[in-house]
Design a protein around this ligand. Structure first.
Ligand SMILES: *Cc1c(COP(=O)(O)O)cnc(C)c1O
Length: 436
């Protein structure tokens, strides 16, 4: 229907994610034309600094020439084939390289297309492991207060965010929650981690017989509002899981791929989980891809003459060669550009540039882990987040606050001038949102 504009056609035909569609009567959609580097451009020629990496997926900018070239080459070779009974170089190479990044500890890669599916796979594998090991009663899970692991029914069972969960509660077998180790005050973090670890240990001591796994977001609980915690909790959680014979699932869907400063967040605690879930940034923000890495001992519990002892889970696009190729190109950039080291410089520069904002009286709890910055804006307005999103667009910046928590998760390519722009325009957007 060419007579109607793109926005109206979108509202008529596209049901947008995580959106009360009626709010678009007040907050218009942004019709995108193209992306380049840090920037998204709309059909009116306006630009937006992608300060949230398009929902935390983009690592090296939009239309990155190196990732584009790798995908284009693969596109002319093999676009997709089923992975059951077949294999191909991109999926093998990606599995090997991810295993190497874990020092060989997590040497078996299972593929899917999105983060929630990775959560489902880790939960199912864990419970199935215990069933295969003669302990079928170990089929429940424990998660942290405020956790987010995706929004399919199984993933919701370990998600503790009322906004996403409550409407579907009757559909979900809710898991137990234990206290979060996160603390707003940096000086209280060590104590909060110790207290939460004690609570976990006590809970596992009485529930290990029926518990398959603990699932956590290492270092930062992102979706609940960038709640950050001390790495010592990961060490204590690993020890408690070992002591009580419960699996540890590290959901690194948001925090993996360098987001917290190390390639995997778990590295900062010197621990290995039994399962590690990856998605979002692993394909550079190009194509849907998720991966569950697991240990040899998990894998061996499924390896048998009996078909039903195998892991019979599948998705149509499992191991998609284009997505694997995007991931390989992403890993290449990490290596050739020494991204983790370069990010330490970027992080220091942006943190310095943000000092005035951090001390602003409108702001509290300014915090950072690696390439994630967050702070809380003093506002009682329940629509502050939407207003700040709209005001951000007016200031050429894509912000998507969680309630009154404003955060930056930028792609790994900003320079000092970009950092100054980000800080300045975020301040302007907060001013406008508080006045609106
Ligand atoms: C985004 C996210 C998921 C879900 O990933 P989707 O691809 O959106 O299904 C799961 N866990 C964490 C920690 C996430 O941030």
């Amino acid at each position: 229907m060419p007579s109607k504009n793109l926005l109206q056609r979108s509202l008529d035909a596209v049901w947008h994610p995580c959106t009360q569609m009626k709010q678009h009567e007040r907050f218009p959609l942004v019709p995108l034309a193209r992306g380049e580097g840090l920037w998204l451009y709309d059909t009116n020629g306006r630009r937006y600094f992608d300060a949230v990496s398009s929902w935390w997926v983009n690592l090296f900018g939009h239309c990155n020439p190196r990732i584009n070239a790798a995908i284009a080459k693969q596109l002319g070779t093999l676009e997709h084939a089923m992975l059951a009974g077949f294999t191909h170089a991109p999926v093998v190479e990606l599995s090997e390289r991810l295993s190497a990044l874990t020092g060989g500890a997590l040497g078996h890669a299972f593929f899917a297309s999105d983060g929630a599916s990775a959560t489902e796979i880790a939960l199912k594998m864990s419970a199935h492991f215990w069933r295969n090991s003669g302990k079928p009663a170990k089929n429940r899970f424990v998660c942290l207060a405020g956790s987010y692991h995706g929004e399919t029914a199984g993933a919701l069972s370990v998600t503790d965010i009322a906004l996403f969960r409550d409407a579907y509660a009757p559909l979900v077998r809710q898991s137990e929650t234990v206290p979060s180790p996160a603390a707003a005050d940096p000086l209280a973090m060590a104590q909060a981690a110790a207290t939460a670890a004690d609570a976990l240990d006590a809970w596992l001591a009485t529930h290990a017989d029926t518990t398959a796994a603990l699932i956590i977001e290492p270092l930062v609980q992102c979706a609940t509002g960038m709640a950050m915690y001390d790495a010592v909790y990961l060490q204590r959680a690993r020890a408690a899981c070992d002591r009580h014979q419960v699996h540890l699932i590290a959901d690194e869907i948001a925090v993996g791929c360098g987001r917290t400063g190390s390639f995997f967040a778990c590295e900062q605690a010197g621990i290995q989980p039994d399962f590690l879930c990856l998605s979002k940034g692993i394909s550079g923000g190009y194509l849907p891809l998720s991966i569950v890495l697991s240990t040899d001992s998990i894998y061996r519990a499924f390896y048998d003459d009996s078909t039903i002892r195998g892991f019979l889970h599948s998705h149509s696009y499992t191991g998609n060669p284009l997505a694997c190729t995007a991931a390989l190109a992403t890993l290449d950039i990490f290596e050739t550009d020494q991204v983790l080291a370069a990010n330490r410089q970027r992080a220091a520069a942006l943190t310095t540039a943000a000092q005035t904002l951090a001390q602003d009286s409108r702001v509290s709890n300014f915090r950072r882990t690696g390439m994630i910055w967050a702070f809380d804006v003093r506002s009682d307005d329940p629509s502050f987040g939407r207003k700040a999103f709209a005001a951000g667009l007016d200031c050429e910046i894509l912000l998507r606050p969680i309630g009154s928590t404003v955060y930056w998760m930028p792609p790994y390519l900003f320079d000092d001038a970009d950092a100054a722009f980000l800080v300045q325009r975020t301040g302007d957007a907060i001013d406008a949102a508080l006045a609106a």
